[in-house]
Design a protein around this ligand. Structure first.
Ligand SMILES: Nc1nc2c(c(=O)[nH]1)N[C@H]1C(S)=C(S)[C@@H](COP(=O)(O)O)O[C@H]1N2
Ligand SMILES: [Mo]
Length: 419
């Protein structure tokens, strides 16, 4: 059994840690209150209850804006809905999720000296960040979203039944849109002679130290993604124009645009082109989408490409009747988002929203808005996005055991009254 202090909390790491999970819930009671309750606007805003404000930011993320974060645990911090950001999410407001205890500052003491081992190529080698910086440059704006984002809505739905989903109760805030700068992986691979024959996956390994006495396979953050992503993956050293903070994976991070958070390996120390997926637990059985009551395995889908999704970011609280601008963010994972509709009556009638602000490419989210006249009364604001392939958000996604990939439009609705 794994020593609990080395696991953050929560994605259903192992299901035999109920006691621990209960403990976390007790300590972060405020965080639990901050969980978005479907169809209630108030959570979101006033979610900043006294108890929550009392949960201090952990030391390694002290520089974050405390007003913007819900501290679920030392290793799981959620962005409050009002701090989603518009075109880009400021790093001070971006969610944090560490599966293993975050490393110490020694990791970023010599950023340019950080070493990346590259294997599964014609000429295996070790390159420093300084060397990578000479090889090419690219920037991509993309949505970084934990696959568990929205789990709170699944959990809410199961309340009062004999079923439950374990894991952090993220509402909408395990997501942000950020710009990464680094070198295209493809350029690096070409420089080392190209992929070994038969390579089918890009496998990245996090550099966290594995505590002695534990089975590394159970702990290590090592993820494989299909090699079809070779054209878009990058090795990044900058986030929103600054060296990547320790919390977000500095000095070097593997970025897989369009793919769920876990595939974006922080502190990347090893990159390998492999013919099979890694057999690390985080790939083999965890982060798999499977029915309630079944186990995760290599036979069911991994949380790879993200699905089309959107939510309203304002207004989030009661206000004055009259002219109101309803705004939010929408994205399509691997695909550009094509259309967003807004409903003010919980999905009975829909109106097309306008995209506003710059289009930062297919992996980024787009801000949308609709100005409308609203009489005094009660409203339920929801948004529904469609991507460039014609896929539309479902009203309610199907349940799955890990509570992954929630992209329903109904549950994140905002209930407000206008006087
Ligand atoms: N090395 C390493 N990479 C990691 C993780 C981790 O714990 N260690 N967590 C993953 C998960 S589950 C998510 S959702 C994202 C979170 O990224 P962030 O903390 O920068 O928001 O990083 C991913 N990459
Ligand atoms: Mo995640």
């Amino acid at each position: 059994m794994i020593d609990e202090k080395w696991l953050s909390d929560n994605d259903p790491v192992c299901s035999n840690r109920r006691g621990f999970l209960r403990g976390v819930a007790a300590v972060t009671a405020g965080g639990a209150l901050g969980v978005s309750i479907p169809l209630q606007g108030a959570d979101i805003v006033a979610g900043a209850s006294a108890q929550e404000a009392a949960t201090p930011l952990p030391e390694y993320v002290k520089w974050k804006n405390p007003d913007s974060m819900i501290v679920h645990s030392d290793q799981t911090l959620e962005t409050r809905r009002a701090y989603t950001g518009s075109v880009i999410t400021p790093e001070e407001q971006l969610y944090v999720r560490n599966n293993i205890k975050a490393p110490d500052d020694s990791f970023i003491a010599d950023r340019d000296g950080w070493k990346l081992e590259i294997t599964g190529v014609k000429s295996p080698t070790v390159l420093s960040v300084a060397e990578l910086k000479t090889m090419g440059l690219t920037t991509v704006a993309m949505v970084l979203q934990c696959s568990g984002n929205g789990r709170a809505y699944f959990q809410e739905k199961l309340k009062g039944t004999d079923k439950a989903i374990k894991g952090t109760s993220w509402a909408l805030g395990a997501a942000g849109c950020v710009a990464w700068t680094g070198v295209p992986l493809k350029t690096v691979i070409e420089a080392v002679g190209g992929a070994s024959p038969g390579a089918k996956f890009i496998t990245g390994t996090g550099g966290e130290k594995i505590p002695a006495g534990l089975n590394p396979k159970d702990i290590i953050v090592e993820r494989s993604v299909p090699i079809s992503n070779l054209d878009t993956v990058l090795l990044a050293w900058e986030l929103n124009g600054k060296p990547i903070s320790l919390a977000h994976g500095g000095p070097l991070r593997m970025i897989v645009p369009g793919y769920a958070g876990v595939n974006n390996v922080k502190y990347v120390a090893k990159l390998s082109l492999t013919d099979t997926e890694t057999d690390a637990k985080i790939q083999k059985t965890r982060y798999r989408v499977h029915d309630m009551g079944t186990e995760g395995s290599a036979d069911v889908p991994s949380v790879w490409a993200m699905d089309v999704k959107s939510w309203v970011t304002s207004p989030l609280s009661d206000g004055k009747a009259g002219r109101v601008t309803v705004a939010g963010v929408a994205f399509g994972g691997m695909n550009a988002v094509q259309e967003v509709e807004i409903s003010t009556d919980g999905g009975k009638n829909w109106h097309k929203a306008d995209f506003v602000g710059p289009d930062l490419g297919r992996f980024a989210w787009r801000q949308f808005a609709l100005s409308t006249e609203l009489e005094p009364g009660s409203y339920t604001l929801v948004s529904r996005a469609t991507d460039a392939t014609g896929k539309t958000q479902p009203e309610e996604p199907e349940l799955n055991a890990g509570g992954y990939s929630h992209n329903g439009w109904l549950a994140p609705g905002v209930k407000i009254s206008l006087a």
